[in-house]
Design a protein around this ligand. Structure first.
Ligand code: LMR
Length: 399
């Protein structure tokens, strides 16, 4: 039977890392997978996380199962982080959360909940969106429809086109949007646009499903959650998939959460019970280690302060790299204007170049990026910026 299976091509994002590792060129640059890198190209364990881990290992007395919903300190910390302590949904106790294996796990559980609520629900996703959104939703068996989100030519969010498309959604459908630092395009909704989106969602009886994978990577922890909080204020129900992979650097620990904002505390609990019920049949229990660490960082003042300082430094670095890239391209006489990169946030932006140029960058210059021209800004450094910008100017020479 296994004999009938043919090997699949590598994953469009994860496969790049393997190809990069095998490339012997010393000047190669990895702008592929979304992992934060420092100036030396490393992804170190954050100091706050390391300190929490040391303390945790000393104090840990058992490896017995944790409760299915997660780790109390972590769950409470995540709710505060995402919604803020004073949010009406928090004050009313209308928000519940479950620990999940990464943000991906949260997205999958969220999709399963949507299907339980309405068997023929459609989840609307942006064009473009994270390359793994569609496979995750397909895995849950929900219908998928797309709305226009971003135009690579003009480097702008297609907001009115998005609203127009969503007008065709039916009550009970869900709209999957990025809370901040849009992956892959880096272009986010402004607060006025979030308000308009929330109005449409309420008017049409849709369920907002927000992917918050990069909180703290854009403008700040609270600033990056402003859209999510507004939607959770204006809409009676929201699902939020959040991740600790990037902002805590807990990638391989698979630490995320699915938060349900419901119309009452009782319904928030009900949503939580369905989330754990779905998880029970898929993987039974979430991994606990990362949640213990993130929970400690969120709840212990000294660890939290260190973490926020580290996160601020990471965010500033990415924003400075954006500015540096734009300046270098202009100084080197780039035939194209890249100033939009400086207006965008988070780890990603599209260069907006075609497949042939993407391939040339890889073949001739050892520069790796996703086939959509998405680049990981954190993969740029003061050391490689000249090789990157010289090479890019070179492949843009004919237009
Ligand atoms: C990315 O978009 O590169 C990251 O979220 C990693 C992944 O799993 O795709």
């Amino acid at each position: 039977m296994l004999n009938s299976l043919e090997a699949l091509p590598p994953d469009p994002i994860l496969g790049l890392s393997l190809a990069f590792q095998e490339d012997p060129r010393s000047e190669k640059i990895d702008l592929g997978v979304g992992v934060y890198r420092d100036e030396s190209g490393d992804t170190p364990v954050m100091r706050a996380v390391k300190a929490a881990e040391k303390q945790f290992l000393e104090e840990e007395t058992t490896k017995a199962y944790i409760p299915q919903v997660g780790v109390a300190e972590f769950n409470a910390g995540v709710l505060d982080l995402v919604l803020g302590r004073d949010h009406p949904a928090m004050v009313d106790g209308r928000a519940s959360t479950v620990l999940t294996p990464g943000g991906t796990g949260a997205l999958r559980i969220g999709a399963e909940l949507i299907k339980r609520i309405k068997a023929d629900a459609t989840v609307w996703v942006g064009d473009p969106t994270w390359a793994n959104h569609t496979p995750i939703l397909k895995g849950a068996g929900v219908n998928i429809a797309t709305f226009p989100y971003y135009d690579k030519e003009s480097s702008t969010v297609l907001f009115s086109e998005m609203l127009e498309a969503l007008d065709a959604a039916s009550p009970g459908d869900a709209v999957l949007v990025h809370g901040c630092c849009h992956n892959p395009c880096g272009a986010d909704l402004g607060i006025a646009e979030w308000r308009q989106l929330a109005d449409l969602v309420v008017a049409k009886g849709l369920l907002p499903f927000i992917d918050l994978a990069y909180q703290g990577f854009g403008e700040g922890l609270d600033e990056d959650a402003a859209g999510v909080r507004l939607v959770a204020e204006k809409c009676p129900e929201v699902l939020i998939a959040s991740s600790c992979s990037k902002n805590f650097g807990l990638y391989r620990e698979r630490t995320g959460s699915l938060t349900s904002v419901a119309q009452s505390a009782e319904k928030a609990k009900a949503a939580q019970s369905h989330a754990t019920n779905v998880a029970r049949a898929m993987y039974s229990m979430p991994p606990a280690h990362g949640a213990f660490l993130a929970g400690m960082v969120l709840q212990q003042d000294d660890l939290r302060q260190t973490w926020q300082e580290e996160l601020t430094a990471m965010r500033n670095r990415m924003n400075e790299l954006r500015a540096l890239f734009v300046r270098k391209m202009a100084d080197k006489g780039s035939p194209r204007d890249f100033s939009f990169i400086e207006q965008q946030f988070g780890m990603f932006s599209f260069l907006g170049i075609d497949k042939e140029r993407i391939q040339r960058l890889r073949d001739e210059f050892g520069i790796y990026m996703v086939g959509s021209s998405r680049v990981n800004i954190a993969g740029i450094s003061e050391t490689n910026i000249d090789h990157l910008t010289d090479s890019l100017v070179e492949v843009l020479k004919d237009g």
